[in-house]
Design a binder for this molecule. Structure first.
Ligand code: PEP
Ligand code: MN
Length: 337
């Protein structure tokens, strides 16, 4: 249910409504708006009509059921776009945010060199995996905490925030010590215990789309994070499984348009995992901007041919620079920066 407060409702009245919601066994999520505040009350769907009794409380204008199965992610509860600030970088605003870096952190020199180079070309956020969820147990699994240390060093050196994937609920606190954004990968996008755990973390979360996930299922996964209190979720379209074998996955750009209708959360696109080939990353990055994405996430490696993972889809520095120039032009046409 959404409890819509009157524009003139006092802080005291808001507090009283919040305690009443808790008393009834529901979890309140206050969304502060420019003219009025609303409270999303989430919990057991079966008894939710008991919340209707809040309508008579002072300061309450209306109590409205949220019809979508994803409550806090839906625009029913929050009409304004969510803009997430990460160390001065605004995700979800007018600027197209570029996240770039290698698939995996391999050594200090690799990550620092990549960070400073992508930053010099205009990237806002560094990426790099320290824990890699690989299809094969024999593939490189990542450097773990050593990798996290290198990421932190590179992020400080290049003065840019950093995102890394977390694959285990037990690692969440540790990972939060080193990075600015947590990533949930496609293979863990319905690992509900992990989603709940990152929902309790203080860092924003990039939630990748599961490779066989519908948009609705994806939003329900986002709901797991939001309902634990972490409202800073960024959705990342990274391609889905289809019959098409010419690309690693099929980039579903329509999902960006659908999500813009359905949710207030920022949406970014990862053309690297979506296509699997460096040569398709440029065109799909521009297409993502045209589709209205809030940002793009691109794999970049100093020597893609030597990368421990995802080399074929990784850009070298030269092609990254060229692609950034193109993206700038597309952004401008779309009225973005
Ligand atoms: C990655 O970002 O390197 C990654 C493993 O992505 P995905 O979960 O989308 O495959
Ligand atoms: Mn990768």
């Amino acid at each position: 249910m959404v409890i819509v407060m009157k524009p003139e409702a006092t802080e005291e009245q808001l507090k009283e409504v919040i305690s009443k919601i808790e008393e009834l066994g529901y979890k309140p999520h206050v969304i502060y708006g420019a003219t009025r505040n609303v409270i999303g009350a989430v919990g057991d769907e079966r008894g939710k009509f008991i919340l209707q009794s809040l309508e008579v409380m002072d300061g309450v204008e209306a109590v409205i059921p949220i019809l979508k199965p994803y409550k806090l992610a839906s625009k029913e509860v929050k009409k304004d776009k969510t803009i997430i600030d990460v160390k001065g970088v605004s995700i979800g605003g007018n600027e197209v945010i570029v996240i770039a870096g290698p698939c995996a952190v391999e050594d200090e020199e690799q990550i620092i060199k990549t960070a400073t180079t992508v930053k010099s070309y205009g990237a806002h956020i560094l990426r790099g995996g320290a824990y890699k969820p690989r299809t094969s147990p024999y593939s490189f699994q990542g450097l773990g905490e050593e990798g996290l240390k290198m990421l932190k060093k590179a992020s400080e050196f290049a003065n840019m925030p950093v995102v890394t994937e977390v694959i285990n609920p037990e690692h969440v606190d540790l990972v939060c010590e080193y990075v600015d954004i947590l990533q949930i990968g496609t293979r863990n996008s319905q690992n509900f215990e992990l989603l709940k755990r990152v929902g309790q973390a203080s860092k924003p979360v990039i939630l990748k789309r599961g490779m066989s996930m519908t948009i609705k299922e994806w939003l329900m996964s986002a709901e797991y994070i939001l309902s634990e209190g972490n409202m800073n979720v960024i959705l990342c379209e990274r391609g889905i499984r289809t019959f098409e074998a010419a690309t690693r996955n099929t980039l579903d750009l329509a999902a960006v348009a659908v999500l813009k209708e359905e949710t207030h959360l920022p949406v970014i696109v990862d053309p690297s995992h979506a296509t699997g080939y460096a040569k398709y990353v440029g065109p799909m990055s521009c297409a993502a901007v045209a589709a209205g994405a809030d940002g793009i996430m691109i794999e970049v490696h100093p020597q893609p041919e030597k990368a421990f993972s995802d080399g074929p889809q990784s850009l070298n520095f030269k092609s990254f620079a060229e692609i950034i120039t193109k993206i700038r032009q597309f952004a401008q046409v779309a009225g973005r920066t």
